[in-house]
Write a protein that binds this ligand. Structure first.
Ligand SMILES: O=C(O)/C=C/C(=O)CC(=O)CC(=O)O
Ligand SMILES: [Ca+2]
Ligand SMILES: [Mg+2]
Length: 390
């Protein structure tokens, strides 16, 4: 069949994002989205690498094969796609698109880092002295990276407000989101061998939306001096469609000016970021539009930094950018910033809101320009908050 692609579809022929889907009675397998259809790639391209329930075997093949598959797909969708390979998107179930190996979360937005510094450390300089010299990050928990649609059970833990003399235990009262862009590693690196900034595109396959769920009260009490632990390890959700880097060439933009000049291993002739525009919806209402083009550190600098000590990256690694926040209030990618620690509520469907309540639903979406000036979509990342287990 010829798949009809409306000119304004966020899933046009310049996007072709990969995901893992299933249909009733058939196992999960790799598909590509075109308009409102999912194309079964094992069926359409006669390649068993796509019969796997994750993108990892395809990711492992490397950059030359990613480009070749994209060329074949581009040709396929310009003509007749076998009927048996085409499934309307509303009839499929989407799954976690890849098996997550290691998960790292950066802190690359100067606006976010400055805001959080002011909120968490009001008596110090908001940016730590290292912040403009290296992309600060922590290792997260790969095993709790979950798919869109998986509910988030409110975490319990130790929390101590500044005016309390001792910690108590119970469900988080300051459950929050972090809207981020995540980069998916396809080709790993060798132990002891750093990945230079110029080799980013031979290792990184594509990007997903990330929500780094954060319990701010647990975090504030536990994080000194080793960084986030249980306040963030309970869940990190990612969107079902992995947008290939090859689809994002039209979205490249220079990063903000980096001053001081970074050390040589972080230097790029022209550090580039992406003009990805996020939207954060809280129970259906848009409350923020974080702009990725404002991120200080580039994705290539993040990967170079994460491997500079000889640590490997592996197929399926996910490294996220950190919360995407711009300079304006309505560009903040976390509610702790948007509501200034809960002091300045936002109106959500007419009610004053600060942190998340049970039954709330958060949806992240994002779009970016394509090479021809159209816009491509990253799909939707939606999760519902469930009450704590008692
Ligand atoms: O500044 C802090 O102590 C904490 C910062 C965060 O919680 C942010 C984080 O996880 C990294 C990011 O998403 O930017
Ligand atoms: Ca984060
Ligand atoms: Mg997390």
């Amino acid at each position: 069949m010829i798949i009809d692609v409306p000119a304004d579809s966020p899933y046009g022929t310049e996007n072709l994002p990969y995901g893992v889907f299933s249909t009733p009675g058939a196992p999960p397998r790799v598909g590509v989205r075109l308009a409102d259809q999912v194309i079964d790639l094992a069926e359409a391209l006669h390649d068993d690498v796509f019969a796997a329930p994750s993108l990892n075997p395809f990711l492992r093949r490397g950059a030359r094969e990613w480009r070749e598959a994209r060329d074949r797909l581009t040709e396929l969708v310009s003509g007749d796609v076998p009927d048996a390979a085409v499934h309307p998107v509303e009839q499929v179930t989407m799954h976690l698109p890849f098996e997550v190996a290691d998960y790292v979360d950066f802190y690359a937005s100067e606006h976010h880092a400055t805001n959080l510094g002011r909120l968490f450390r009001p008596d110090s300089e908001p940016l730590m002295p290292n912040w403009k010299h290296l992309p600060v990050a922590y290792h997260g928990r790969a095993g709790t990276v979950i798919s869109s649609g998986t509910p988030i059970v409110r975490p319990s833990g130790q929390r101590k407000a500044p005016d309390e003399s001792a910690p108590g235990f119970g469900p988080s009262r300051r459950l929050d989101i972090e809207a981020e862009l995540g980069f998916v590693v396809g080709t790993g690196s060798d132990l002891g061998v750093p990945v230079p900034v110029e080799e980013f595109a031979s290792h990184v396959f594509g990007a997903v939306l990330v929500n780094d769920w954060s319990a701010r009260d647990l975090q504030a009490w536990e994080y000194v001096p080793l960084g986030p632990f249980l306040g963030k390890s309970f869940a990190t959700s990612i969107s079902p469609w992995v947008v290939p880097l090859l689809a994002l060439e039209g979205a490249r933009v220079p990063t903000p000016r980096q001053d001081p000049e970074p050390l040589p291993y972080l230097r790029e002739p022209e550090p580039w970021g992406l003009d990805v525009e996020f939207s954060v919806r809280w129970n259906g209402q848009e409350v923020s539009r974080p702009p990725y083009r404002e991120m200080y550190w580039s994705p290539a600098q993040m990967l170079a930094h994460l491997t500079v000590n000889g640590a490997t990256c592996r197929t399926g690694d996910l490294f996220a950018s950190g919360t995407v926040s711009g300079p304006a209030r309505d560009q903040r990618g976390a509610f702790i910033e948007l509501t200034w620690g809960g002091a300045e509520p936002v109106l959500v469907n007419g009610a004053e809101r600060t942190f998340l309540e049970d039954g709330d639903e958060i949806t992240l979406t994002a779009s970016a320009p394509t090479a021809s000036g159209a816009r491509l979509g990253f799909g939707e990342l939606t999760n519902l908050i469930l009450p704590a287990r008692t």
